[in-house]
Write a protein that binds this ligand. Structure first.
Ligand SMILES: *Cc1c(COP(=O)(O)O)cnc(C)c1O
Length: 392
């Protein structure tokens, strides 16, 4: 079997043709294709407004900045996330506060409740692997304590919460950030989207997205040909180019199929790995639709003779790529200074971390490859099984 990476983008001929058209058109920065991607994404999710940006990190940063979250404020998020989530809180000068995870690996609303102080301004939940957080509980806390909610939905394009998309009409969140990074459920190479349902917030995000200019270049060029522009605040350079949006338009059309394929592969893994005592399988919730960005196994290390690093190495020897999501925030040197504070302690995330292994999951896999990965996991476990003494 050829090496199976843990993630791989599915780029079709339509994406390639559209990029070539953009390149030949002479308009290669933000323009008609980006506007098309925004309206398609708003329609897909049911959000009132969708704003394309050059990463989910930019989307989170813009969301916080547009809501005037700053140096006096605390933002509660999860320790089990990519560093970008916490970096954006620091970028606006606010203090990140970590709430621990629950059994499903997502932020635990009870832990959020314990961390709320008079300085708390916002909650930033992360839908780990594409499994939605308990948004009803989070929205209830936000309502009670007058907090903003900005969701890190980097894994969750295609996730349904009680039957509707994150950021859609049913959403009580202020903003939702999606990622189009190379390995995410849909990609533009690099890119992201921020959805909001409040038009004033959307307008502020649009201004901040491009230097703080009151109108973007496309409107000036296409509608008025006007040379005049005005900077109304200190903004950022976070716009998405039409080269990237050309890819995104076609990726979005294929997202429902991608999601269905991921779910089918998850069901195959579940079926083939059920009953293997040395691992726990990822938790699903039938009330929602999991987007299966990742398929995360949990090793039961007490039943194995090897640790997680050796487990991943043995998979690699069998030509199976694997990864870890994520190294908890308090374990990074830069963030460690917060970990010592009592209100940032996250024992459940730290206990889970050495057990986490993400195995290959992407729509371009063949069923044969999915079966090969599951067989490889079982073979590595069989080799490394700790023989427990039978009690007579
Ligand atoms: C990928 C990822 C991000 C950042 O996405 P970019 O588009 O690369 O900025 C943020 N949060 C989580 C949980 C992610 O996995």
């Amino acid at each position: 079997m050829e090496f199976i990476p843990f993630a791989f983008p599915s780029i079709g001929q339509e994406e390639i043709d559209e990029v070539v058209e953009v390149l030949k058109s002479g308009w290669i920065t933000t323009g008609a294709r980006t506007h098309r991607l925004e309206s398609d994404f708003a329609q897909y999710t049911g959000a009132a407004e969708a704003m394309a940006v050059n990463s989910a990190t930019a989307a989170l940063h813009l969301g916080l900045a547009a809501m005037d979250i700053g140096p006096e404020d605390e933002v509660i998020t999860t320790p089990l996330t990519f560093c970008a989530t916490v970096n954006t809180i620091l970028h606006v000068g606010a203090t990140p506060v970590l709430a621990d995870i629950g059994p499903d690996g997502n932020i635990d609303p009870r832990s959020i409740a314990e961390r709320i102080t008079p300085r708390t301004r916002a909650i930033m939940p992360v839908h780990m692997a594409g499994l939605p957080c308990d948004m009803d509980a989070i929205w209830e806390l936000a309502r009670k304590h007058n907090l903003k909610v900005i969701e890190d939905a980097a894994h969750a394009a295609g996730t349904l919460y009680r039957g509707t998309h994150l950021g859609g009409k049913e959403s009580k969140s202020d903003a939702v950030a999606f990622s189009f990074y190379a390995n995410k459920n849909m990609t533009t190479g690099e890119g992201g989207m921020l959805t909001v349902n409040n038009p004033d917030l959307a307008e502020r995000v649009r201004v901040l997205r491009l230097h703080g200019i009151s109108k973007d270049a496309w409107k000036r060029y296409a509608k008025t040909g006007n040379w005049f522009y005005e900077v109304i605040e200190c903004g950022f350079k976070y716009n998405l180019s039409d080269i990237q949006s050309a890819i995104g338009i076609h990726q979005l059309k294929r997202l429902e199929n991608f999601t269905a394929t991921r779910a089918r592969f998850a069901a195959m893994y579940h079926h083939m790995l059920a009953g293997v005592d040395e691992i726990e399988l990822p938790i699903d919730n039938a009330a929602h639709r999991h987007a299966w960005h990742l398929y995360m196994l949990r090793l039961r290390l007490d039943r194995l003779t090897i640790d997680r690093a050796a487990f991943i190495e043995k998979l690699r020897e069998r030509n199976v790529g694997a990864s870890v999501h994520f190294i908890p925030i308090p374990l990074h040197r830069f963030f460690a200074r917060w970990a010592n504070r009592r209100h940032n302690q996250c024992p459940r995330a730290l206990e889970l971390y050495p057990r986490l292994v993400s195995i290959p999951m992407y729509p371009g896999m063949t069923e044969e490859q999915v079966e090969y990965v599951a067989d490889s996991v079982k073979a590595v476990i069989a080799e490394s099984r700790r023989r427990r003494l039978a009690v007579a």
